[in-house]
Design a protein around this ligand. Structure first.
Ligand SMILES: C[S@@+](CC[C@H](N)C(=O)[O-])C[C@H]1O[C@@H](n2cnc3c(N)ncnc32)[C@H](O)[C@@H]1O
Length: 511
């Protein structure tokens, strides 16, 4: 498993620790009360900025809730990624089995539902959540999630959260108790009825609150689904489910059916290389450790395979992956290149991610370049017209994989779109310059936002100065795959295909 978020433009997956906490580790879980002191979830005191002495404290909070609180606090305090910080916390605390599963459910569920939970907390507290101290606020979010969305009895959710607040923000114990009791007055549907606009008057606004997504994302999904609100609702529901874990069994190195048997999983429904895992820690599987397989969503496999399937006239040996880090698709394309006597050049601008690509393609006919993909035509290793197949798996908002990054829906903003789409256009323009006439380019995003998909492709093709035709991408996917639309582009969906919402456009250069 990689420690890199593939949708970020070269940014490490855990953002750097704040000044004064160089390793990020000592700071985890700490909360500060209003006097600048606080305690971490294990009751250890830390000294306030005012230099007063530590106090002694004992936490009575169970360890699964402590772990969840610590992860949620790290996400909000340190801009950490939950999918990375939580496993580290579980390991650190020695939590396994049911405790680890409960901590994961609480962390992921709370972070996914955050926007709606905050509205409910604000209503019960009669104050905006911004006016609640961060440690108490995160504990309240965790408590509200348990009350409204788990089978934990309300009284247990309230008392365990009050214990937590006592440990991390002692001054707010009475306040938290009152707010939590207020929240128990209604169930989740009752709160949605009180706080959301009526569906008939404002369906997007209603769905956003009822299914825990920012409004602009619901609107973008709805647009990408042609305004079908029923399908949009199914997508939102799917986005709130735990994500499946898929393996890609590398072509020529092992057989997916055999690996599925070995790991107690199931062969994928669509990709011949996919294995659906039953759970557990994929990084510990022998097949992953020894390079026969890597963790990769089936949708990512399908779009990479589509590039390899697209017909090209003449030579077919020079392949290019223009945005390769951390190396999932390069690992699959590199294994195919080995079988087809081709060679892959894998480009990644961020050096630490280029190093991950190098690891991912070990033993394959792949050259990794840590450089900017937009230097096509200016870098002798990236000659204009020098490639037969080119993949642009562009940096994007990642709205198609919200299941995997529970906090990202609330972090992403519409203002992220203009710089990303500019970069997407430039990278696709570079790819169209890199491919030779008769060769093909696959443009891929893990976002269904039409500004990142159709608009980018149309604009980049228009501005590129080369002539291109769209190739119908549907026949490049497995025969009989349902729900691929009218072409020529393809949009995969979690609720239709069980994959991330990958977009694929295939273009052939004609001059
Ligand atoms: C969506 S990710 C690619 C995921 C990858 N294909 C995989 O399957 O693992 C986009 C990548 O593009 C990289 N990137 C961003 N700007 C770039 C540029 N100008 N040139 C090359 N790579 C770039 C990012 O650092 C990021 O690693």
């Amino acid at each position: 498993m990689t420690d890199i978020n593939p949708h970020e433009g070269g940014r490490p997956a855990t953002r750097p620790a704040r000044a004064g906490r160089p390793d990020g580790r000592d700071s985890r879980g700490q909360g500060r009360d209003s006097r600048g002191q606080g305690r971490d979830f294990r009751g250890r005191d830390f000294q306030g900025r005012d230099g007063r002495s530590p106090r002694s404290a004992r936490s009575t909070v169970d360890r699964a809730r402590q772990a969840a609180y610590e992860a949620i606090a790290a996400v909000h305090r340190d801009d950490a990624y939950a999918n990375l910080v939580l496993p580290a916390i579980l390991l650190d605390m020695g939590l396994h089995g049911r405790d680890a599963a409960f901590a994961t459910e609480l962390t992921y569920g709370t972070l996914r539902a955050l926007g709606t939970l905050d509205l409910i907390i604000a209503a019960a507290a009669e104050r905006d959540v911004d006016r609640i101290d961060p440690p108490a606020r995160d504990a309240l979010r965790l408590g509200a999630y348990q009350i409204l969305h788990t089978r934990v009895p309300a009284h247990a959710a309230v008392s365990s959260t009050v214990d937590l607040v006592r440990a991390v923000a002692p001054g707010a114990t009475g306040f938290a108790n009152a707010v939590l009791r207020g929240i128990t007055a209604k169930d989740a549907d009752g709160w949605v009825e009180q706080l959301a606009p009526a569906y008939e008057a404002d369906p997007i606004g209603h769905l956003a609150i009822a299914h825990h997504h920012p409004r602009w994302i619901v609107r973008a999904f709805s647009e990408a689904l042609g305004g079908d609100l029923g399908e949009t609702t199914r997508l939102l529901i799917e986005d709130n489910e735990p994500p499946p874990v898929h393996l890609c069994v590398r072509p020529g190195r092992a057989d997916a059916v055999k690996i599925a048997d070995q790991v107690g999983g199931a062969p994928g429904a669509f990709s011949p290389y996919a294995v659906y895992l039953p759970g557990g820690a994929p990084g510990e599987l022998n097949a992953v450790r020894d390079g026969r397989a890597h963790v990769q969503d089936e949708g990512s496999q399908l779009v990479a395979l589509a590039l390899a399937e697209a017909p090209v006239d003449g030579d077919d040996r020079r392949w290019l992956d223009l945005c390769a880090g951390p190396g999932g698709k390069a690992g699959l394309l590199g294994a195919l290149a080995a079988q087809r006597d081709a060679h892959l050049t894998a480009v990644e601008v961020a050096e630490h991610r280029a190093a991950l690509v190098t690891q991912a393609v070990r033993g394959m006919p792949v050259t990794v370049l840590a450089t900017d993909g937009r230097t096509v035509g200016r870098d002798e290793q990236l000659p204009a017209g020098g490639f037969d197949r080119v993949l642009v798996d562009a940096p994007c908002t990642g709205l198609g994989s919200l299941r995997r990054r529970p906090e990202s829906r609330w972090r992403r903003q519409p203002s992220d779109l203009p710089p990303l789409t500019r970069l997407q256009r430039e990278l696709l323009g570079a790819a169209l310059n890199a491919v030779r006439p008769g060769g093909v380019v696959a443009y891929v995003t893990c976002s269904p936002h039409t500004v990142e998909t159709h608009v980018t492709v149309t604009e980049a093709a228009r501005r590129s100065g080369v002539s291109v035709d769209f190739v119908d991408a549907r026949p490049l996917l497995p025969a009989g795959m349902p729900g691929l639309g009218d072409g020529p582009t393809v949009q995969l969906w979690p609720h239709r295909h069980g994959t991330d919402a990958m977009f694929l456009a295939v273009l052939r250069r004609t001059d």
